[in-house]
Design a protein around this ligand. Structure first.
Ligand code: SF4
Ligand code: SF4
Length: 395
């Protein structure tokens, strides 16, 4: 089959399968590698050591190495459920606010790694049926060192916004990206060159931690998405209040983007529809869950990525934030924090529970912390408590 016709057929098959957009590019090095190198040099990747690992850097710079016979990359986009506009507080409504933490929209459904890989395998199968022969290919979705947004921009799917997301002019940015590397020689699409952000600054102004940098990159060390999902140790004290009610990820810089205003909220695949109790998580439930229960409850969910201790740590911080802001009963928060501080098995979580207690502005905080430190064995928890007691009760 002639290459242009085959490319058309592949695109039709992808759209028929449910993908929202598809484009084709070459496996050449991505267009803005220098920006990526500078980002790494400045340490903006934080604890994500795998981003700076030499072999991973080499592969990001040379995508063709992921499949030696690669001639084309088919870049696919799939919509996930889009949240409504961002409401800074009380987005659940006062009466139903409760002690719940907000979850980024991409994690409301099933894990995209499984869902998209399965759809890509079906797409390859259909391409092979059309051709009457097998092809050489590899499928990826956030599963290999690939600068996915760069390839998507070069495949004509959209531009990289100031918030660092790939923005499709009709579909917005609540998109998963996936790639099929193949030995098929296909004509590449034209890159998407216009920068439709123009003079807009909404994402930069709305970002709670001011971590959006001028060159379409982020200081990941301050980004709530990174802090709540990838960061494995203590959340820096100065950033804890800025987490607000985000217990997993953060959608603010996408929610305020005008290009997401008139998009369909429906996902491309039914597996991405919001599952029960996924948009908001009960903080008390998370803090009471064992590691085994966590793995069971969030099986096949992107929430697993934060791991039990990470999600529990985040829940502790959000509880303190909600109580400080008066969004939940301070007395109920105090009781829950006292109980969990005394019995949570994970030191990292107790450290953040102790911090959350200090957000309550209650006479009982000092007393609770003084009593707790008598039995606390974990040095980082003791240090957190001692620092606060020294600062607040200098005598
Ligand atoms: S995800 Fe949140 S914290 Fe990160 S850049 Fe966007 S608005 Fe800022
Ligand atoms: S909010 Fe404005 S500046 Fe930010 S990505 Fe969207 S259009 Fe670009």
């Amino acid at each position: 089959m002639e290459a242009t016709k085959l490319a058309q057929e592949i695109k039709s098959l992808a759209l028929e399968l449910g993908f929202a957009a598809v484009g084709i590019t070459t496996p050449e090095p991505p267009p803005h590698l220098e920006v990526y190198f500078r980002w790494l040099e400045r340490g903006y990747h934080g604890e994500m050591g795998y981003m700076a690992e030499p072999h991973a850097v080499y592969l990001r710079s040379n995508p063709a190495e992921l499949l030696r016979s690669c001639q084309s990359v088919i870049v696919l986009a799939a919509r996930y459920s889009a949240p409504g506009p961002y409401l800074p507080s009380l987005s659940r409504g006062k009466e139903e606010r409760g002690a719940y933490g907000r979850v980024a929209a991409y994690a409301w459904g099933e894990d995209y790694h499984y869902v998209l890989r399965q759809r890509m395998e079906i797409l390859v199968q259909r391409i092979q049926e059309k051709l009457g022969r097998s092809i050489t290919y590899r499928c990826f979705t956030d599963s290999a060192p690939i600068l996915e947004r760069e390839l998507a921009q070069r495949a004509g799917l959209g531009w990289i916004g100031k918030n660092t997301c790939l923005i499709h002019p009709r579909l917005g940015s609540f998109l998963f990206l996936a790639e099929i590397f193949t030995d098929l020689p296909l004509p590449p699409d034209k890159p998407f060159l216009p920068d439709r952000c123009g003079t807009c600054q909404r994402c930069i102004q709305a970002c709670p931690t001011q971590c959006i940098l001028p060159n379409r990159t982020l200081d990941a060390r301050r980004c709530i998405s990174y802090l709540t999902i990838e960061h494995r140790t203590a959340i820096p004290v100065e950033l804890r209040t800025l987490l607000g009610d985000w217990v997993f990820g953060c959608d603010i810089c996408q929610q305020v983007c005008p290009w997401n205003r008139r998009i369909s909220p429906a996902p491309s695949f039914p597996e991405f529809l919001p599952q029960t109790e996924r948009e908001w998580l009960s903080l008390s439930d998370i803090l009471s869950m064992s590691q085994v229960e966590f793995k069971q409850k969030f099986r096949h969910s992107p929430l697993l990525r934060a791991m039990w201790r990470g999600l529990s740590r985040n829940s502790a911080v959000v509880l303190g934030n909600l109580a400080r802001l008066g969004e939940i009963s301070r007395l109920a928060a105090l009781e829950l924090l006292q109980k969990k501080l005394s019995n949570h098995p994970e030191g990292l979580v107790r450290q953040h529970l102790a911090w959350s207690l200090t957000q309550l502005n209650s006479d009982l905080v000092s007393q609770t912390l003084r009593e707790h430190i008598q039995q606390e064995t974990e040095p980082m928890v003791r240090a957190e408590i001692e620092a606060w007691l020294t600062q607040n009760n200098p005598s």
